[in-house]
Design a protein around this ligand. Structure first.
Ligand code: ADP
Length: 560
């Protein structure tokens, strides 16, 4: 089985290596590079070729090749020295070249204006250095395949926090960075208590006082305007740090799903839940079997990985974290008749994630018995139960691999049931979600439509969905049908957060997800969403209000 033909261009641009013709060649190469025996090779091949499980892009691109770098996620420490800062930039460049994304916490860098002893000068601060990292990323295309991605983090207790929060205000600035503020419980407690006048920090040198309210309003304003900064919850992340004896975690990879220690890397892989639905029923045995296979697969990726620098090899092998996750969640729910924004739907998701995590732990335990625990096991949270991996589950964005698999990405709801896509020669197609199309025809049949008339009616609905992105206003369609086929924007933002929280309950690492808000959402809504996320125990949150980025572009255009 090959992926949908519309993704031919992705295959050739990203994954096909010299001499390879199609997806089967890729699966063969990857399975052979990883498997220890023929039986395992066949299992890996079958899981990928049936699009039921795919590893992250670097594994698909580089397994069995000279590059051999197989991980998507990296975090690099940035110390407060010129040497150290430029080392981090160089290390980042090497990682980008091989297809990985890098996360940096810039908080160790002394604030702008502080003294620099050796030169008698003043420091230029973390944001000025971020600008150099951004420029470096611009020039390194990853073997011509994709441009690097970075996460830039600043702790809420760093004196340059206000400048950081508004760093991306101007469209196009820091375009190779996602930026996130690392907030702690102490700060959130003050926000929850509405202690906005409280002085949060005093700047050295100038003595300028910054209040809780100034920071909070800056964050909320930024999110409302253009979706950034994202927020990371330091204490929640560290409450779940599996190896506290190795130090605290203050950094994540670019899309936020992997909080990692300095120099750690993580390899991701995602199970396509839609491929576990057989004739309208969910195949639990198949999910368990796939979870076991995937755990072994990802552990082998660590084994066979060619790490870009020695510190990364060392840190990664110490904890052996893997990131098993899901995609095609919304597709599977629709096939099973479960609404995304319902208790029943969430209960099912929670159950699925519980099964995956439990199975991954079991398999990691089995691997530990055979091959040994991860080296930092003693002193870790697993000290009473032998496992081979310090963390096993996550939810990645699955940006490219979900396109390959032809399924909805990660745990995101579908954006539109009909949309336009261009193929490589520029021909435009309207792609209609097959589950939606089938259910629509079924509904129309139930309403008494048949033959050409039914086709015509279906065409009307599809055109409407294609034009407006929704069919919630097509009043003659049953409420039940409309209730099921809701899109990301039809689903209230609170329900997005509830869904992220129900997955987070069983996910070891974190979750990459966008909380979509309508254009009409207010700053108060953004503030409330952040507080809700914190209270529900999320490790981070990303919000995007419809049209906000375009608004910025329009506003800029008007000024010209
Ligand atoms: P995939 O292409 O495998 O579907 P994802 O969209 O799931 O990848 O992203 C997983 C992780 O891979 C991200 O969180 C990030 O760390 C890394 N990543 C994503 N896009 C890029 C990119 N353009 N360059 C480098 N790393 C990236």
């Amino acid at each position: 089985m090959n992926p949908p033909s519309v993704v031919d261009s992705i295959l050739s641009a990203r994954y096909l290596r010299k001499g390879e013709k199609d997806f089967t060649d890729i699966c063969r190469r990857v399975a052979s590079a990883l498997a220890d025996d023929e039986n395992e090779r066949a299992r890996f091949y079958e899981a990928m070729i049936s699009l039921r499980f795919l590893p992250n892009s670097p594994t698909l691109m580089n397994a069995g090749t000279e590059i051999g770098q197989l991980s998507a996620c990296f975090t690099l420490p940035v110390p407060d020295t010129i040497d150290g800062i430029f080392d981090a930039m160089k290390e980042g460049a090497i990682i980008h070249k091989t297809g990985g994304g890098t996360g940096y916490n810039f908080s160790h860098i002394r604030p702008e204006g502080s003294p620099v002893q050796s030169t008698d000068g003043v420091a230029s601060g973390p944001i000025s250095f971020m600008r150099v990292f951004n420029a470096a990323t611009d020039v390194i295309k990853q073997g011509g395949r994709r441009r690097g991605a970075n996460m830039g983090i600043l702790n809420v207790w760093h004196p340059d926090i206000l400048a950081f929060i508004s760093a991306k205000k101007k469209e196009g600035e820091f375009s190779n960075f996602n930026i996130s503020v690392m907030v702690n419980d102490k700060f959130m407690d003050l926000v929850a208590a509405k202690s906005f006048e409280t002085v949060w920090l005093t700047k050295g040198g100038t003595g300028e006082k910054i209040t809780v309210g100034q920071i909070w309003n800056g964050i909320v304003e930024g999110i409302w305007k253009n979706g950034e900064p994202g927020i990371l919850f330091y204490d929640e992340i560290n409450r779940h740090n599996p190896t506290p004896q190795l130090g605290e975690i203050d950094t994540t990879n670019p899309c936020g799903e992997q909080p990692l220690l300095p120099y750690e890397s993580c390899v991701l892989g995602s199970i396509n839940l839609a491929a576990c639905v057989r004739e309208g029923a969910f195949d639990e045995d198949l999910l368990r079997d796939t979870s076991r296979m995937a755990t072994r697969f990802l552990d082998l990726v660590i084994e066979k990985n060619v790490f870009p620098i020695p510190q990364i090899a060392e840190a990664t092998r110490k904890t052996r974290k893997i990131g098993l996750g899901v995609m095609g969640v919304h597709d599977a729910m629709l096939m099973l008749g479960l609404s995304y924004d319902s208790e029943k739907g969430r209960a099912w998701c929670e159950w699925v994630m519980k099964v995956i995590t439990e199975t991954a732990i079991e398999e990691s335990h089995r691997l530990a018995e055979k091959l040994g625990t991860f080296p930092a096991w003693q002193g870790s949270i697993w000290k009473d139960y032998e496992v081979r991996n310090a963390a096993m589950t996550t939810v990645a964005p699955t940006g490219t691999i979900s396109l390959l698999a032809g399924c909805s990405s990660g745990i995101e709801p579908i954006f539109s049931f009909a949309y336009t896509r261009k193929n490589t020669v520029g021909k435009v197609f309207v792609i209609v979600n097959p589950v939606f199309k089938e259910a629509l025809l079924h509904t129309l049949t139930g309403m008494g439509y048949a033959g050409d008339e039914r086709e015509k009616k279906a065409g009307e609905v599809i055109s409407h969905v294609h034009e407006t992105g929704s069919m919630q206003d097509v009043a003659w369609l049953s409420a039940e049908f409309r209730g099921l086929f809701k899109t990301a924007l039809d689903i209230p933002w609170r329900e997005h957060i509830l869904m992220q929280a129900c997955f987070q309950k069983y996910v070891h690492a974190s979750i990459s997800k966008t909380i979509n808000m309508p254009g009409s959402a207010t700053k108060d809504d953004c503030a409330e969403a952040l507080l809700m996320a914190w209270k529900l125990g999320l490790k981070g949150i990303t919000i995007y209000r419809t049209g906000s980025r375009e608004d910025v572009v329009l506003a800029l255009k008007e000024k010209e």
